[in-house]
Each structure stands twice: as C-alpha cells, then as structure tokens.
Design a protein around this ligand. Sequence first.
Ligand code: ADP
Ligand code: MG
Length: 662
Amino acid sequence: MPIRILDAATIGRIAAGEVVERPASVVKELLENSLDAGATSLTVEIKDGGISYLRVTDNGSGIEPGQVRLAFENHATSKLMDAEQLSDIRTLGFRGEALPSIAAVSRVEMTTRAARQDTGVRLTVEGGENLRVREVGCPEGTTVVMRDLFFNLPVRKTFLKKPQYEAALVSDTVGRMIMGNPKVSFRFISNDRVVYHSFGDGELRHAIFAVYGRETAENLVEIDSYQGGMRIFGMIGIGEQAKSTRAHEAFFINGRSVRCPMLSQALESACRERVTIGMYPMCALNLVLPPTSVDVNVHPNKLEVRFRDEAATRLTAEAMLRTAFEGEGMLRRTPERQAEVRPVRTVEVVEPPVAEQQQINLIQTEVPDKQTEVEIIQTEAFNIQTEAFNIQTEVVNNNSDSLGPEESLQSLLDAERKKLRLAGLAGAAALHERLLPVTAPRPAGEEIPQTEPVAEPKIQSATGAQAAPNPAPAPYRVIGTLFHTYILLEWSDALLMIDQHAAHERLRYEQLSKAVQEGAASQRLLAPEILRVTAREMALVEENMDALSAVGYDISPFGERDVQIRAVPHILGRAELKPRFMETIEALAGMGSAALEARREEILQRACKGAVKAGDALSDSEIKSLLRQMQDSGAPPTCPHGRPVARTLTRREIERMFKRIQ
Ligand code: ADP
Ligand code: MG
C-alpha cells in the first residue's frame, strides 16, 4: 500500500500523545518501522545514550523515491486505510506519526532504497525544517540516523537522564525486540561496543541467550499452549532465575512488545510457590489472539493494549501458563544436552540485566519431549512481516505406534491448515478449540511412559514401576550428607545437592494440601492441648478461626487467656504443636488485611515446617525414604516458599572449575 495522509475522521480516532520522549522511544518507533518493512537483519547504534547519535539500519523493503517526502508528513502512513481498520491492526505502526515527530525534535537523515530501484534517496531534515531530498547510491533497505535529540527544545532536553541511564533504557527496548522477534537478527552497539547480537535463527532460547546470557537461557522453562482461540508460547524463569523486580517480564501481544498488568498477574499467580516471596518470574511470553479481540489504539506510545474481555482472557492465560509446569517433579531433571544452548558466537554483554550467578543450575524439570508430548503442535500464528496473518500449523506425531486414531487427527489438522491458509485467522479459534484435547493436561495419576532410549539413567516413577517389568536401578548414588543439611547424590553426569529441610517441607506441604482438599486435614488429639496466649494473640486466633479450621485446627477460646486445641493439621505431631501454632499466629499478625485464601495458605505453610531440620542428621534409610518420596511426588522442585529444593553441579561445570575444560 502506498503512503497516504489519513483522513480527518481517522486522525480524530487515533490515541494522541507524545510519541518522542527519549532515545528509547525513538528506537522503538524506528525498529517497529523496520520490522513492518519485513527486515530480517537490523542494526541499532547509539552514542551518549542515543542523545547525540542514534542509528537504525534495516534490510527491509525500503521506500519508493516518490514517497520518501510523504513519509515525513503528519499522519502519513502506508499501514492504515480508514478508521474501520483501527479495530483490526496487523502491523506495529499505524498512525503515521513517528517519522514527523522524530524529525520535529532532532536532525534526521534517512537513506533508503526500495527493491527494484537502481538508486536510493537521502532525505535530511532539521527540527522539522529544511527538508531536502537527493539521489544517492545505497544498499537496499533503510537507514535512519538521528542526531542531537531536542536540540531545538532545550527545556525538553533537561528532562533527559544521564547518557548511561538513557543507554540502559534503549538496551531494554532492544532486548525486548530481540526476544519478541527471534527470526530477526539484531545488532546493538552502544559507544562502539557491541552490547547484543542475536542471530535470528528463530530459536527463542538463542534470542534470550543474546540478551541474558547462557545461565538464564539454559534454565528457562518452555511453554506452548492453546486454549479458547489463544496461544501462549515462550519461556519462563522461576526459582533461581526469578528477579527482584518486574522489569524482566517481557510480554508480546500479537508480536507487539507491551506492558501488560493482566499477563503479569496471570504469570505471577501461575508461578506462585515456584518463586520466592518478593521475587518475580522472568519471562519472554507471546500471546497470540485474534487482532479484533485486542485494541492496540489506546496508548500514544503503543505500550499498552486493551482486551475486549480482560477477565476471561486472564483466566484462560493463567490456566495455560500453569501447563508450563505440568509433569515436573522434585527429582526429575532434564538431561543437560537438551537444555544446552549452543549459540554460534558469544557477544560481550555490557549491561547484564542478571546479577553474577553461581555456576550451578536449578534442577530442570522439563520431562523429555516424547514423554510429555503425544503431539507437538507448532502453530506459527502471527507473522508481522507479512501483511496478513499467515497461519501455518505443523503437526508432528512422535508416538505413532501407540496412537490409533492419529491418522484421522493428522488429516483433520491438514485440512484445517489448508483452510486457515486461505482464510487468514478467521478459523483460528476453531482450530485452537479442536487442538485442545490433544494438548489438554494429562489426567492426574496417568503414568508417563518411560520407554524411549536415552543415555541418562531414568527415574522410576511410582506408576512407571508397573509399566516396566524390570524396575531400573536407582539412577543415583548417595554420596552422603554435607553439614548435616544437604544430601549429596551422584546423578548421571552431575552432582545433585538436596536441601533436606526444604525437601521435607515441600513433601509435607503436598501431603497436607491434598488432605485439605479431600477434607481429611484434621487429626484429633487424644487430650486437648491448652495454650496460654496474650490478649493480642487471642484476638488473632478469633479473627482467623475460619482459616485455621480449614487447615485442620479445631480451636476454641478457653477462658480469657487460653485457647484449647482439640485437633491439629493432619501432619503435625503433638511435639511440634505449640511452637508451630505460636509461629502461625505471629505470621498472621504480619498479614494485615490479607484475604482468607492467603491466610489459609500461610497457615498451611507454617504447619508444614519442622520435622527434619537443617542440622538434623539423617540415617541412610531416612535419606532413602526421603528420596523415594521425592521421586514419587509430583511436587514442584521448590519449598513452599519458593526456595529451591535441589541444585545441580554438572560434570561440565565441575570440569570448568578445575580448568580441565574452558
Ligand atoms: P507508521 O509506521 O505509523 O505508518 P511512520 O511515521 O513511522 O508511521 O512511518 C511512515 C511511513 O513510512 C510508514 O507507513 C512506511 O510506509 C514508511 N516507512 C517508515 N520507516 C520505514 C522503513 N524502515 N522501511 C520502509 N518503510 C518505512
Ligand atoms: Mg512507525
């Protein structure tokens, strides 16, 4: 579509506001233009945080010589026809405001050559004036150089922060673009240093490597889920990869990098227990849904979107995000080679958003491919480089011997795929509904077949034992305990360290939650226990009676200053009763006006503390029994407060420590 000026009615409906606030907003707009132009390779270069110099070079479609001037007119765009189209935006840009806004506040030089043109065009403009165009020789694609931001608006300039800070914001913007566009190769240079270089091989893990480095890239949990006409795919960092702020939650809605409080909440709720209290999961998550169910025309910088049905979208998103952790257990570990990232080159990361981390990995809990996925379905639902949605669905059947009806499923999906190719996204909802049974959560208790040949010794799951006629030997060797606190195991090619206290707490928590769910949480005491409490504690007990009884306590005030306890949570012994109860009351005091559910959760967690403590020596048989319970439990590999239960040090890491390898 040629560039043209929007009509007044459309302009009136566009969310207006300041487009250019700082170098990072310029970079965002220029990169969006390059991506809309189908670029597969992009360079961003800045000097002094982008204030004095900022360049974006792309290998995209370029602009026809006769159209370059027009691109700098207000409200001139090639991406929007009329106001009606505003509800169905499929490009990153659509307002025709970025180039004129940038040109109005800086010195801009655009050099561009469209495909099929012999020569290119260079346009220069300063503070919106002296616009000049001349013919030049240049490669296909577009380069925009912006100099001296706010040179003509000295007051605005004073609002900019120090160059290092502005550079960090640009770096964050580029980092998000990299993770949102793994098929595009990005190079980001700041003051002559290469900060990021992504390879554009389409692998999200490699894109994350380019931004966060190896440690993070190797330890993220992958997700790809469909439900209710939506798809969520990407990576999530929990446990050790969690961060102290939300700054590392990167969301992309239909390929657009946005802030999304709704997805933040859904993610944090899905990751609760897997992230230490006060920390936030990190992620690069793509949400794909029909463009008509999300309004992108709500924010001047296009940084926020509005969902047509936010509550329903949130519920579905949360349910989908939970599937990322399905099938994981406390003692299952992805063989190292599967998680390993093999980037082509390494690049210096100047501003690593992650703090220096120890060379040890949190247990990876993805079950190897063939175990979890009967079908691997990859739907590339959104392709910002083409004008329309272009859906390609690929069905790979990994388990063709054991599945009877897969042929008909396959042909059904093939037919769907053809239909979708012809119809754009129209049929996507139907497709996703159809796919749902295939990717639906495995029913509880269903065994995970463990039959495929892998080099690593396998863990025998509780149900797996029936499946295999000859139970495999334990896949580990107990080395012993360290500081009476950590159980050390030789596990395949790694040293596994288990925090016995955290493991035990997690197991108790699982047991008790299950009992609570089944309504069997309570354990009656032979003789009631009387505890002396202060007036304040008495008030807390009375306030929290509901939550306490939900977890299994049967309590009533006994006179002014005593409480009588007649029953306690299922797993709590009499010996632990008093300290545990007092601790629980204290914790409740610190919770202010938290909701009942949060209080119940707190009581549940408190009840699970105790028994095996760090520092308690365990006998061999106690260790074995703990390990067996861990193997059999489907619990997450963190204690109920999100601390890791186990960590590994791989052979490779150990060899690196001793300089046997680099
Ligand atoms: P918008 O992106 O909202 O259309 P812009 O002011 O950012 O508005 O750009 C105006 C027009 O200039 C775009 O619609 C597009 O046709 C053209 N354009 C801008 N940047 C590029 C680029 N890097 N490659 C090709 N065309 C571009
Ligand atoms: Mg634009």
